[in-house]
Design a protein around this ligand. Structure first.
Ligand SMILES: Nc1nc2c(ncn2[C@@H]2O[C@H](COP(=O)(O)OP(=O)(O)O)[C@@H](O)[C@H]2O)c(=O)[nH]1
Ligand SMILES: [Mg+2]
Length: 807
């Protein structure tokens, strides 16, 4: 078995198909690439009729030949396959085991019949080897063979129009022209004799077969001649046998070369199962299997494609530009390879399998594509955010700019997705684009909301600043004008800030409703600032009331501190101060931002200040307490800062805490009055003047009385000073009497003692004079000392008035 013809046993003597052998053979002769341009030739004929010898000479094969010296017996077991040498196109040659059934049984499943049927199904040209001397003979060796051939032919539903080339061996001197008609007659007779199915009852032989005849000289006797006939004439007929006009020019139902292996296996399988062969169905079946195989190969080659693997790897991490173009070309290559390999298979099968292949490949590519789009989306989103945020810090938020920015990046996405688009399929990136758009919009919205709240907060702070302190000041000096003034202030400031916000909002392009909402929120904020300030002030109302009371009470109209001299009308002052405090309470009792008129002040003044009015002492009115309620009339709950009941208790506390100031003032006034009123009342003075006129005159007339009166006055004055009577009587009459009575005796004793001291005085100057006579400076010193000691003594007994008593 040489290398050049790759001879292989296709089916062994036991009928086992050599699959691996055939596949190897196909690889070696590169049959897969042949497409339809290949031919299959097989040979049948009686045992040891020189079939192998003929094939070997004709095609340069190396089928085993029987040794001429060992006699004629079976040499070729099963079916052998080889490639014809130097014949175009690729021609496969099959050598069949003896087909005359001489050594095997005659039944339908006999190997001869099976191999004959196989040869007919597979081959384009069947050589039928016969001895020349058998022609026209009734008992010819090839008769049963032909019968077999024709019989099995019926089992192929649609004949392949196989060429039957009768090779007449050992030709005699009778020329072929004479032999051929006899042979054809023989063949026709056999054909006619073969039982045919109903459909083919009238079908002529020529419908199934091309019959050709050739005669060869004996190989054994005229070898040279045989060789010459084979090599130079017969061989030439096999060149380009499949071309029109060639030996197999009108063959039908060719299976593409790449399907040869599968096809022949299937044939053999069906033949062995003794089933009929449906060629068209077989063709489709082979095409289906082969196209699928080719498709799978292409899928495998795609997944193994290095470029694709690199792409797939790279795509895991980031967007890869040029994806669409590259992938399209890889897919294109795969598909066109499929097209090339499957081109000779049944068109319907081929196209449907191509579609399957395409969708399989696209399924492989799709995850990568989606991933790529995902990368593109995140990438674009990031870039958008960056650019948008940059513009934001530079120019602030503007809806139009945001829209433009979004548009730009959506276009960028479009470009990217176009780049990723695969030519073979129209995948829609709009879902991803929509998601991107949504993400962008969400980002813009979040930024917008942040900016909006920032803006609103800014304006709110501005409004707070404009309102808080002025409102506090206004509430501090609560009066009837307070709330109108606050209202005016609120209106003015709110208007200014609202218009500011309104113009700032224009860049946001908000819809009317939400803009209104924001403006209303700002307005409400203004109100709430005022309200909270009012609440704060209301919390401090007691201190404020007391402050106001004490300011009004202890300071006069020129805000100079009052001195309670006794001329002041404390009651009136108290009332004024209290009613001013009550006004403060009334002002802070409710928020009056809307011009609702209420009668809080009236109610309060009626209930709290004017209680002393004669009318109110009426029992029927007193039994109804206007403050015994938790809400004010015509004032909603949320506008109430201090409820009537609270007012009442506040007022009670206020009164209790200011009571002391008033009492103090009254006491001070009383004291002052007493201090200034120690003279007897005027009527007493008049009575004294009238009744004491004669005594007065007597005194004036008698100077002695005058002296006595003077002495009495001096003594009285001394008592006055010593007992500090004026001070004692400031504490009240009775305590003064008690205190004086205890002091009286010691004071007399004191005065007497002092008088006694004065009596001894003349002795002292005497001593002094004696001392002056001594020649020292001590006199001046002792003078100082005596003056000092006398001074100390006087101080002990009252500083101002001691010396007059001493005198
Ligand atoms: N008479 C005669 N014998 C031949 C011819 N060709 C081959 N032989 C002989 O026939 C015998 C069988 O040859 P082989 O090719 O093995 O026959 P196969 O069994 O049909 O393949 C061999 O001994 C050959 O020498 C021929 O043309 N004429
Ligand atoms: Mg042989």
């Amino acid at each position: 078995m040489g290398d050049a013809c790759f001879s292989t046993q296709l089916i062994d003597g036991d009928g086992v198909f050599n699959v691996s052998g055939l596949d190897n053979f196909m690889k070696e002769v590169k049959l897969g690439e042949c497409g339809l341009s290949y031919a299959v030739v097989s040979i049948m004929g009686p045992q040891s009729s020189g079939k192998s010898t003929l094939l070997n000479h004709l095609f340069g094969t190396n089928f085993r030949e029987m040794d001429a010296f060992k006699g004629r017996s079976q040499t070729t077991k099963g079916i052998w396959l080889a490639k014809a040498q130097n014949i175009e196109p690729c021609t496969l040659v099959m050598d069949l085991e003896g087909t005359d059934g001489r050594e095997r049984g005659e039944d339908d499943t006999a190997f001869e019949k099976q191999s004959a049927l196989f040869a007919l199904a597979v081959s384009d040209i069947v050589l039928i080897n016969m001895w020349c001397h058998d022609i026209g003979r009734e008992q010819a060796a090839n008769k049963p063979l032909l019968k077999t051939v024709f019989q099995v032919m019926m089992r192929l539903f649609s004949p392949r129009k196989t060429t039957l080339l009768f090779v007449i061996r050992d030709k005699s001197k009778t020329p072929l022209e004479n032999l051929e008609p006899i042979l054809r007659e023989d063949i026709q007779k056999i054909w006619d004799a073969v039982p045919k199915p109903h459909a083919h009852k009238e079908t002529p032989l020529s419908e199934f077969f091309n019959v050709e005849v050739v005669a060869l000289s004996s190989y054994e006797e005229k070898e040279e001649l045989f060789k010459e006939q084979v090599v130079s004439h017969l061989r030439a007929r096999f060149q380009h046998s499949i071309a029109p006009g060639g030996l197999a020019g009108d063959r039908r139902g060719v299976v593409p070369a790449s399907g040869f292996s599968f096809s022949s296996q299937q044939f053999w399988k069906i033949i062995k199962e003794n089933k009929d062969l449906d060629l068209p169905a077989h063709k489709v079946m082979v095409a289906t299997v082969r196209c699928e195989e080719i498709g799978n190969e292409k899928v495998a080659s795609f997944t193994a494609d290095e470029e694709w693997q690199q792409f797939e790897e790279a795509i895991q991490h980031d967007y890869v530009p040029g994806f669409g173009k590259k992938l399209s070309s890889i897919l294109d290559r795969c598909l066109s390879e499929y097209d090339m390999e499957a081109i000779y298979f049944d068109e319907g099968v081929r196209t449907s399998k191509r579609q399957q292949l395409e969708s399989k490949l696209l399924q492989l590519v799709n995850p990568a594509y989606q991933l790529l789009l995902g990368h593109l989306r995140t990438r674009t989103l990031e870039a958008f955010k960056e650019s948008f945020d940059k513009a934001l810090t530079k120019e602030g938020f503007a809806a139009a700019a945001a829209r433009n920015c979004m548009q730009t990046f959506l276009e960028q996405f479009d470009k990217g997705s176009e780049d990723a688009a695969i030519q073979q399929v129209k995948w829609d990136p709009s879902k991803v684009k929509d998601k991107l758009k949504r993400d962008m919009e969400a980002h813009v919205a979040s930024v917008r909301n942040a900016k909006l709240s920032e803006l609103c907060a800014k304006y709110e702070a501005q409004l707070t600043k404009a309102l808080a302190e002025p409102v506090e000041a206004l509430l501090d000096s609560a009066s009837e004008d307070t709330w109108p003034a606050i209202r005016k202030l609120l209106q003015r400031e709110t208007k200014a800030v609202v218009s500011g916000l309104e113009s700032a909002l224009s860049a946001f392009e908000l819809d009317e409703a939400s803009e209104k909402d924001l403006l209303a929120k700002l307005e409400n904020h203004g109100r709430s600032v005022v309200e909270s300030k009012a609440k704060e002030e209301a919390g401090r109302v007691l201190i404020r009331m007391k402050d106001r009371f004490s300011t009004l009470f202890s300071r006069d109209a020129d805000s100079m501190p009052r001195v309670w001299t006794g001329k002041e009308d404390i009651k009136a002052i108290t009332k004024t101060a209290r009613s001013a405090s009550m006004k403060l309470l009334a002002t802070l009792a409710a928020i009056r931002l809307d011009e609702d008129v209420d009668n809080i002040e009236n109610t309060l003044s009626l209930a709290l200040v004017d209680t002393a009015r004669p009318g109110t002492t009426d029992r029927s009115i007193q039994s109804f307490d206007p403050l015994a309620s938790s809400s004010w009339e015509r004032v909603p709950e949320d506008k109430t800062l201090i409820s009537p009941v609270q007012c009442k208790s506040l007022w009670r506390q206020f009164k209790a805490e200011t009571e002391y100031t008033v009492t103090q003032a009254i006491a001070a006034q009383e004291a002052n009055k007493r201090n200034n009123n120690w003279l007897p009342p005027p009527w007493a003075l008049a009575a004294m003047a009238i009744l004491g006129f004669n005594e007065f005159m007597t005194l004036l007339k008698n100077p002695l009385y005058l002296g006595v009166i003077f002495v009495v006055f001096l003594v009285g004055k001394a008592f006055w000073v010593q007992l500090d009577i004026a001070t004692e009587f400031q504490n009240g009459f009775l305590p003064a009497l008690l205190s004086l009575s205890t002091k009286f005796v010691p004071t007399i004793m004191n005065i007497l003692k002092r008088l006694a001291d004065e009596g001894q005085r003349p002795a002292a100057p005497e001593r002094q004079r004696e001392m002056e006579l001594q020649p020292t400076n001590r006199s001046s010193y002792s003078n100082v000392t005596s003056a000092g000691s006398s001074s100390v003594t006087t101080t002990e007994n009252g500083p101002e008035y001691s010396s007059p008593v001493a005198k």
